[in-house]
Design a protein around this ligand. Structure first.
Ligand code: FAD
Ligand code: SIN
Length: 524
């Protein structure tokens, strides 16, 4: 067990974590910035983002139009100040990303090519083919490489953030007292050592929670670790009931995570049809296939329940094949590999868990309710998305809030000063390596099954109560395992998934109306 000191500790290497690292490293060449990430450097939700980033760029578009679309998609539960700020700061943040080297597709006139997605009333999606996230992730990693005051540590798993609860006095904080963050306990997955990282400020940029469901577009890293850590440390976590299901994940039983068929494909003109060939979205919303995501996902779910079919179909057969291949080479070749020729066959699709609109509550500077602890990106709840995120507003939110957090840290150098507290090493007394991992993998599958069967697109109080009972049993079982087992990434993820499931269910039970992505049979 070792002890490390760093000025800025960033947990996560997606767009949020990397953008903050670059901005603070440039402003503070003499400060040490440490980025830890639990898998290979680029593994993240960011890497798989397809459609792009929503930014007002076209002269015929307007900030007001993007604001209106964001509010409408969010069912007006958004924070107005945040929506205004993010949308107006977006073009400058995008320009910075382009200056760092990110390449986006251009149109024939040499301007940025702008795509369209559900819920947008204008073309404003900046993209790199259908692999926008990969382009951004690789660009950011290249910048990181050049900044010598950043240490990027792959295969380092953050177990818990350190607060007064861990200090040597084990101070009990009363509800109105300030909680401080002093860094994090991090497992070096190569040595298995759980080391103490003491930091001036700590930033949670740990991404989403898709893996709490059996069917998700999110990679296996998306286990809600940062949100669970913040919750254990008593940070405010809210709006967890607003889980967004993407309408069109490729239907391929047994494949996990599910491959995404970007919403940009519907923006390009594809139709949703049932097995009989009917365009059922025409009866549901005037925007048909380009209604906001909550509406389309729910309509598909209803159509599947009505027909008893296991999927619906995305019809691209009327589209120009060469133009499709050029815009969506990744989707085209994935379909081809599984025997779907998009010029002749429709693509079988189903909704899958995709994005969390809620998370760790932060203010307009990205500060959480715990002092010296920020949250950025998908793990945070900024107020931008309200009850349902508008397509392609997530990469944007991460980019703009990375800027806000960097500015806040730069404006307050005192935040980086060492704190005078005695922090003990990670305590693993009385624990031993588990004999069998099956106990952990079994419980992980159980959590995913409960969430997929009882806490999915359509909920009810009866289903939620049942889920809570079953999760309580799993929680107790996992806590028993936790008390006696040496810590491992698998066990930490299970504990975190349990916490995330608990938060989604309890906060769903608290919501007494249908709003955005939250839909219960008990309300109108
Ligand atoms: P991530 O990119 O997920 O990064 C989280 C990082 O934290 C990872 O490096 C992870 O390994 C690390 N981490 C997690 N837990 C720990 C731990 N315990 N210890 C150490 N490290 C940890 N949004 C859009 O706006 N436009 C799109 O076109 C779009 N397409 C998408 C397509 C797909 C298939 C998916 C899954 C998402 C898409 N999204 C899109 C959503 C968007 O990609 C994410 O919301 C965004 O990338 C999140 O960025 P982030 O930096 O917050 O988290
Ligand atoms: C997609 O390409 O459909 C995903 C866009 C998003 O999640 O915003």
């Amino acid at each position: 067990m070792s002890r490390f000191k760093t000025d800025i500790l960033i947990l996560g290497s997606g767009i949020a974590g990397l953008a903050i690292a670059i901005k603070t490293a440039i402003a503070y060449p003499n400060k040490k910035i440490t980025v830890v990430t639990k898998a290979q450097e680029s593994e993240s939700n960011t890497k798989y983002a397809q459609g792009g980033i929503a930014v007002v760029w076209d002269k015929l578009d307007s900030f007001q139009s993007h604001i209106d679309d964001t509010l409408k998609a969010g069912d007006y539960l958004n924070d107005m100040e945040v929506v205004n700020m993010v949308i107006k700061e977006a073009p400058a943040c995008l320009e910075k990303l382009i200056n760092w080297g990110a390449e986006f597709d251009m149109d024939t006139k040499g301007d940025l090519d702008l795509g369209k997605e559900g819920g947008h009333s204008a073309h404003r999606i900046i993209h790199h083919k259908d692999v926008t996230g990969l382009e951004i992730e690789l660009t950011l990693l290249e910048q990181i490489e050049q900044l010598k005051n950043i240490s990027l540590l792959p295969y380092h798993f953050a177990i818990d953030i350190i607060t007064e609860h861990h200090t040597e006095e084990k101070k009990i904080i009363s509800p109105d007292e300030e909680i401080n963050c002093f860094g994090a306990y991090i497992m070096n997955q190569q040595t298995q050592s759980i080391d103490t990282y003491v930091a001036g400020v700590t930033i949670l940029a740990t991404g989403g929670i898709g893996q709490v469901y059996a069917s998700t577009t999110n990679p296996t890293i998306a286990t809600g670790d940062g949100i669970a850590m913040a919750f254990r440390a008593k940070a405010k976590v809210s709006e967890m009931e607003f889980v967004q299901f993407h309408p069109t994940a490729l239907y391929k039983p047994g494949e996990s995570p599910s491959f995404l068929i970007s919403e940009a494909v519907r923006g390009f003109g594809a139709y949703l049809r049932n097995k009989e060939g009917k365009r059922f979205m025409l009866d549901i919303d005037g925007r048909a296939e380009l209604a906001s995501r909550d509406i389309v996902a729910r309509a598909i779910n209803m159509e599947m329940l009505r027909t008893g079919d296991e999927c619906v179909y995305l019809d691209c057969t009327h589209l120009d094949k060469e133009a499709f291949k050029n815009h969506f080479p990744n989707i085209y070749s994935k379909c081809k590999r599984i025997g779907v020729d998009i010029s002749r066959d429709s693509i079988p699709v189903v909704p899958a868990s995709h994005y969390l609109c809620g998370g760790i509550e932060v203010d307009i500077h990205g500060r959480s309710s715990i002092k010296n602890l920020y949250a950025c990106g998908e793990c945070s709840r900024t107020g931008l998305h309200g009850a349902n995120r508008l397509a392609s507003n997530s990469l944007l939110e991460a980019l703009v809030y990375a800027q806000k957090i960097a500015e806040d840290i730069i404006a307050h150098p005192a935040y980086l000063e060492p704190k005078k507290v005695a922090i003990p090493e990670w305590n693993e007394e009385g624990t031993t390596a588990p004999d069998e991992l099956i106990l952990i993998t079994h419980n992980r599958k159980m959590v995913q099954t409960i969430m997929s069967n009882l806490v999915s697109i359509v909920r009810s109080n009866e289903r939620l109560e049942k889920a809570l009972d079953q999760l309580n049993y799993l929680y107790q079982d996992t806590e028993k395992l936790y008390a006696k087992s040496k810590m491992s990434p698998q066990l930490a993820e299970l504990r975190n998934l349990n916490a995330i499931a608990f938060l989604i269910v309890t906060q769903s039970l608290e919501r007494k109306e249908n709003r955005g992505a939250f839909f219960s049979l008990d309300y109108e």
